[in-house]
Design a protein. Sequence first.
Lengths: 255, 430
Amino acid sequence: MLSIRNLQAGVDGKTILKGLSLEVKPGEVHAIMGPNGSGKSTLSHVLAGRDGYDVTGGEVAFDGKDLLGMDADERARAGVFLAFQYPVEIPGVSNKVFLKAAVNAVRKHRGLDELDAMDFLKLFREKLKLVGMPEALANREVNAGFSGGEKKRNEILQMALLDPKLAILDETDSGLDIDALRSVADGVNALRSPERSMLVITHYQRLLDYIVPDFVHVLVDGRIVRSGGKELALELEERGYDFIREQVKRGQVGA
Amino acid sequence: MTAWLDTLRDEARQAFETEGWPTTRLEAWRNTQVKALTSVDWRPADGQATGALAARIAAVALGDVAARLVLVNGRFVPELSRTDDLPAKITVGPLSEHLDRVEGQLGRVAPAKGNPFVAWNTGMFRDGALVHVAAGAVIDKPIEIVVATTAGQAPSVGHARVIVRADRHSQVTLVERTVDTSEGDTSEGDTSEGDDAAATLTNAVTEVAVGEDAIVRHIKVQSEARQACHVAYVGASLQRGGRFDSFVLSNGARVGRAEVQVTFAGEGGQTDLRGLYVGQGDQNLDHVTVVEHAVPRCESRETYKGVLGDKAVGSFQGTVLIREGATRSVAHQLSRTLLLSRDAIANTKPQLEIDNDDVTASHGATIGQLAEDAVFYLRSRGLDERTSRALLTYAFTREILDAIPVPELAEAQRRIALARLGEDLPHEEA
């Protein structure tokens, strides 16, 4: 599904990802954990195709295709979805109009008929139910005046509607209280399927209590320095990132 | 006509002789391509109201109005106007037949002195439109005023004069719009370029007298042909407790200018001035507002937005004067301009002159491009770049379009905005 090989990328001449490799198979949920500044956001942005990052080495294959050669919107239509850490407020654009346009852009790419207003409404309501979002909220302008939890829920609603093959959740737990976190995680779990892979990027282990990953990777200074099962997250929580950094220094783990 | 009017016109002509054309050295004209207006030997437009023009007007006219008044080259055209279904207590018609109602208003709300184009209009206008709403009358449906200037062999100027008098406790909404008179098949949203016909200049002056506790809403739609010139002055004088809300929507003309001037003559007045200008090609769209707080407890709010692409030049210059005695005044002003191309130019200049301490005032001006994080957000959901940018541009204009108090007009303006940005732009289904 996703194959990252020796990825090197940075911004403004500063290298942030220093040779990152990762294999994600269909249906797998991989957590990427790391301290601030380790390159987590850069990884999610580079995968989603945000402008302003220089990829200086390595390659990324998605479904066997060269992901890095595609524009952000092409990647989205091909099935890559990024749930933003900070979803953007867009006053003046109706959330529903935006989502219908997005759904149809993706459907068109997949060779499916575009949905008309009635069919979209049906799908929309079904997905609202799945993520537990009130329709009145979803009908407002995109994220405008939404609380932190509402914005994150709107991200999951979008993910449900766009039905991606690969979902990247960038710090989806940031700014959420435990109730909101639980409800967002419920939405994500409902979307787990054997065809859909997920990359869950997070600083804290807390989210992984609710979205239980198949694999956990520790990102330090632009490289994955340790990989393991879900128990690695607990170890990190207990011993902290400094423990891993020390191990890296001593050459006990790492790239 | 009458003796007072003769005197007024003489004075206006004298003022024009003395002051001459404005130049960009005058602060209020700094951003207008004045030479394009003043270097032309304008002849009075004298074309007739043809069937083609009637069709043009019909194509843009509102369906549901209390009355429609059509001025062609400044002359009231009864055949094109609709005044047969008037509500009670309202008088509309040719200005020339109702001069008795406007003595003391005509030429006072829009003074010739210091305003050369107003002086020119006052000296030259041949007729005009009158709307007089009697005390206590509330007119629900809008009154539409259509202003057309026809092209001829030589460059042609039409002087349109509109007088609105709203007596105490009355309420009325006016839509004053231009019509594209160029040859060829054009609709309002698609103003033509490169037409061979000689230039036209519409020089429009609108004087609004808002009585005590009366409410007047005035929406000006400037959608002239792309080779036309348009200069407009909208003056309003408000008695105690009066309210004047203004919209200026500009997307036509090569050189277009609209000045809105509001004077509070009685306490407790309110005004809300909004504007939206969308410039493309080599358009020059200039907007000026002047609000004078001369008495206590009045409130003014202004929001102007501009969208400028290609090599368009757009400007907003807003002056708020708060005089010494105008205590407890409230004045807020906001100007936002969106630049869609590197060659577009925006000028904004807020100017607040406050002569007492007991006021609440603010102003803000931004000039910027589309937020790239918003573009990326939309693209990351599968919308292509062009659609993403167009959708965000449309969103920028919505604040003004959605506030238009005539639903039919608001909808038509939204459709025009969408059509300009791309036929397939996602939008609400009506």
